[in-house]
Design a binder for this molecule. Structure first.
Ligand SMILES: Cc1ncc(COP(=O)(O)O)c(C=O)c1O
Length: 379
């Protein structure tokens, strides 16, 4: 199998699975139980949190474990909105956010909040000036993703953080799901108040994730109950999931340092080869994250190519058609200003550190063949 759909999800690292198994077997006690067995689980939870905080260079009490990116994003957006609504009801975001941000904002609009959806340029990047201009007296939240999941474009979140610092009454949330382990991001003193991460995008397990919430930031919890996770996310902790997530975090951070150039080399090769194929457009801009290449093949339905490659055990993806009126149209590519023939024929190749140059060469050969076969059949 050649798996090139790593932005959708990644293969769990064997050692991550091992630590999940180990903790499930040996430390199944409830961290809230007052007996010694519960105490051992509690200690393990605390040390996992400390390790996660150290790896992200933040404080231990600034990490909340969640079930993944969707939960983290909802917790941040709704949590800020509900907690700070007395100060204002205005939210700033972009037109290219993941549905877990877009739909969270839409749901708040039903409760009387107002959202400004900022446009992006043809490279899928929001303007820092636009962000600052959009700030109003009643703005309580800016939420902008770090790396776009379809295009790989990197948003200027560090610069936006500098702006956010000048407005102490508003909070700045970053959806860090696609950037973690591929594009460095400093959290401490960055002006970023909240940042979402997901385990299954970094070779961890589905159902695991983290939300960074800095000390100055208060949110309204989505779940109430036994006051776990500083009463911000009640519910018995998924200790095995948490320990395995922290393992995945440590491994991806190591790979980011040691194998960063490998991803860039694979991406460059894919781009260079695809440039040579007639009638194929590259949508991913220069200076994008190293793991995503988005292309369009106008005139061929993306599903057809995905199916042809799938028959050879090669897996790439199209985008989810959610929230677009036209079937198969990418809302992100529309926001970049691409014409319909391009925004309805997009394919995403997303890489992981595990991919080899041999696999990429095989994929390119298969892609060229599939496009040729399709065109020959039309003639
Ligand atoms: C940018 C971005 N944010 C959030 C999510 C949601 O993460 P999860 O699948 O862990 O809920 C994804 C998943 O595709 C994503 O790409």
């Amino acid at each position: 199998m050649i798996y090139l759909d790593n932005s959708a999800t990644t293969r769990p690292d064997p050692s991550v699975l091992e630590s999940f198994n180990e903790v499930s077997k040996k430390f199944f006690g409830n961290p809230s139980s007052i007996h010694q067995f519960g105490g051992t689980a509690e200690k393990l939870l605390f040390s996992a949190k400390k390790q996660a905080a150290d790896l992200l260079n933040v404080d231990t009490d600034e990490i909340i474990f969640t079930s993944g990116g969707t939960e983290g994003n909802n917790m941040a957006v709704k949590g800020i909105a509900l907690e700070h609504q007395n100060r204002g009801k205005h939210i700033i975001t972009t037109e290219i956010e993941h549905p877990s941000i877009f739909e969270a904002c839409k749901s708040l609009e039903k409760l009387g909040f107002e959202t400004t959806y900022l446009p992006v340029n043809e490279e899928g990047i929001v303007s820092v000036q636009d962000v600052e201009k959009a700030i109003r007296e009643d703005t309580i939240l800016i939420t902008i993703m770090h790396v776009n999941n379809e295009l790989g474009s990197i948003q200027p979140v560090e610069k936006i953080g500098e702006i956010a610092k000048k407005y102490p009454k508003l909070f700045f949330h970053v959806d860090g799901v696609q950037g973690l382990g591929k594009v460095p991001l400093t959290l401490r003193k960055s002006g970023i108040d909240l940042c979402t991460f997901s385990g299954h995008k970094i070779h961890g397990l589905k159902g695991t994730g983290m939300l960074y919430i800095n000390k100055r930031t208060k949110i309204f919890p989505l779940f109430h109950g036994g006051s776990q996770e500083s009463a911000l996310r009640s519910g018995t902790e998924n200790l095995a999931g948490i320990v395995s997530l922290v393992k995945a975090l440590r491994l991806i951070k190591e790979r980011e340092k040691k194998e960063g150039t490998h991803l860039f080399e694979l991406q460059r090769y894919v781009m260079d080869q695809i440039k040579e194929i007639e009638g194929v457009h590259i949508n991913t801009p220069a200076n994008a994250a190293p793991h995503i290449v988005n292309i369009s093949v106008p005139g061929i339905k993306p599903e057809v190519i995905i199916h042809m490659l799938g028959e050879q055990d090669i897996y790439i993806s199209t985008k989810s058609a959610c929230s677009s009126k036209l079937k198969d149209e990418s809302k992100v590519l529309v926001a970049c200003g691409f014409e319909t023939s391009r925004s309805t024929s997009a394919l995403r190749i997303s890489l992981s550190y595990d991919n080899t140059m041999g696999e990429i060469k095989q994929f390119i050969t298969a892609l060229k063949k599939a496009i040729k076969q399709f065109k020959d059949a039309l003639e």
